[in-house]
Write a protein that binds this ligand. Structure first.
Ligand code: F6R
Length: 240
């Protein structure tokens, strides 16, 4: 794993966006796997800035990692809404090229299969990841096994509590989500895992330095050949 430590999340976001820019410029049909949450906001700001300075995103396809079950795209806490607000509204990514799981699909099993089909047709070149305080990537939660394919997951209490910061009250946080499985993540050509702040320091150290374990899902990234871990000083402090 290639580890890069920056003074600020802003600098880290600029660096990660430059890695994506390289893929976008050098691939005829670049496919970006994207994450939501607090961490990637710096990345999206930097990517929007690159677009404002001329980076063309019209050839880009995007595939998001996950979506809450029960929240439609007009819900302010849906990941679809997040992506519009932080990236799609400010760039020339074509609506047809944007993919997120549909959290309000009537048949969730069919929706998972549909999503796997999209990933098969559009192998991911650049996968952006955040990490949960419990080590989840996407919403692949710590467990006895990690699921390969796109699936419905019951969110762990720790995840619900952590995500309550985005809602008015914890009761509003959806308890289930659709997430990409670990196969799609590990098959992507390049992975950039970002983490900021002291609350991520312990799980970052476990994921990067510890054994590969299903109860630390991010540790599975040690098995991938091209992973860059992009940190600020706070999240990196247990690595030394
Ligand atoms: C979001 C996702 C999650 C987050 C993780 C960290 O699409 O897949 O794995 O990356 O929960 O969230 P933040 O960045 O809000 O700490």
């Amino acid at each position: 794993m290639n580890i890069r430590i920056f003074d600020t999340p802003h600098e880290a976001g600029v660096y990660a966006a430059a890695l994506a820019e390289h893929i976008i410029k050098n691939r005829p049909k670049p496919v970006l796997g994207l994450a939501t949450g607090a961490t990637p906001i710096h990345f999206y700001q930097a990517l929007v800035r690159l677009h404002q300075y001329g980076l063309d995103l019209s050839r880009v396809t995007t595939i998001n990692l996950d979506e809450y079950i029960g929240l439609g795209p007009s819900h302010e806490q849906s990941y679809s809404y997040f992506m519009q607000k932080h990236l799609f509204d400010h760039t020339n990514i074509l609506p047809d090229h944007i993919h997120l799981p549909n959290g309000i699909a009537t048949n969730l099993e069919m929706e998972c299969n549909r999503y796997d089909g999209i990933i098969q047709k559009n192998p991911i070149h650049f996968q952006l990841l955040g990490i949960g305080v419990n080590g989840h990537i996407g919403f692949n939660e710590p467990d006895d096994l990690l699921q390969s394919k796109t699936h419905v997951v019951r969110l762990q209490l720790e995840t619900v509590k952590s995500n309550a910061r985005f809602f008015n009250q914890i009761e509003e946080v959806p308890k289930k989500a659709i997430t990409l499985g670990v196969q799609a993540i590990l098959q992507s050509e390049q992975i950039v895992l970002m983490a900021f702040g002291p609350e991520k320091a312990n799980i970052v150290a476990k994921s990067v330095l510890g054994n590969v374990r299903t109860d630390v899902p991010a540790s599975i990234l040690q098995l991938h050949k091209q992973v860059t871990v992009v940190l600020d000083r706070e999240s990196a402090k247990q690595l030394v």
